[in-house]
Design a protein around this ligand. Structure first.
Ligand code: HEC
Ligand code: HEC
Length: 137
């Protein structure tokens, strides 16, 4: 799956969490997320309208519909016509992680399911899910 190669998107979206890959959600989800910056999961994100438009454009251009990634295709399939705003909100995600216990999710290195890079240690840099490390093991 393509990684985030745009410096301004990296700069703005990596302050509080990893730079989530746009290919993990459909374009309409990024629309919803970037049009709700006043209440972004309890935080207010301040940025110029121009920057907001720029980032949204980038995220939509690289959204799940437009990657060559098989994972993106499966994510799209499994969410159907819904518009999730969380990366873990899909049957596909549940299916791939059904063996992970609550204590693994609660581990201090994970905390949020969306913190994919706690276990998929190469994901942010290479876009690959191949290397997996369970922080509890
Ligand atoms: C001021 C801090 C902050 C910044 C900056 C920020 N976010 Fe977030 N974001 C959060 C918090 C807090 C959450 C909820 C906790 C979590 O899942 O990490 C969150 C969650 C998310 C989620 C949902 C994750 C999930 O699956 O649960 C997405 C998608 C997201 N952010 C995208 C972005 C994008 C795109 C940007 C850049 C425009 C951005 N964020 C910048 C604080 C921030
Ligand atoms: C607590 C650790 C953990 C977190 C956090 C986590 N995963 Fe996973 N993930 C795993 C494990 C373990 C597997 C199973 C690997 C296997 O079967 O080889 C897996 C499998 C996958 C697979 C299937 C890979 C394949 O090649 O079949 C995908 C896709 C995936 N995860 C995506 C994600 C995404 C997207 C996120 C964040 C929203 C995420 N994961 C968060 C541990 C995690």
């Amino acid at each position: 799956m393509p990684t985030v190669d745009d410096p301004s998107v990296r700069q703005v979206c990596v302050g509080c969490h990893w730079t989530m890959l746009p290919g993990l959600l459909p374009a309409r989800s990024w629309d919803k997320i970037m049009n709700g910056l006043d209440d972004h999961f309890g935080k207010k994100l301040d940025m110029s309208e121009e920057l907001q438009r720029y980032i949204l454009h980038y995220l939509k251009e690289n959204a799940a519909e437009y990657t060559e990634s098989e994972t993106s295709v499966k994510i799209l399939d499994s969410i159907g016509s819904r518009t999730p705003i969380q990366l873990s909100d899909s049957k596909f995600f549940e299916k791939k992680h059904h063996e992970i216990s609550q204590s693994d999710w609660n581990h201090k290195k994970v905390v949020y399911k969306s913190n994919c890079v706690a276990c998929h240690i190469e994901l942010a840099e290479t876009g690959s899910f191949d290397e997996v490390e369970n922080p509890n093991k």
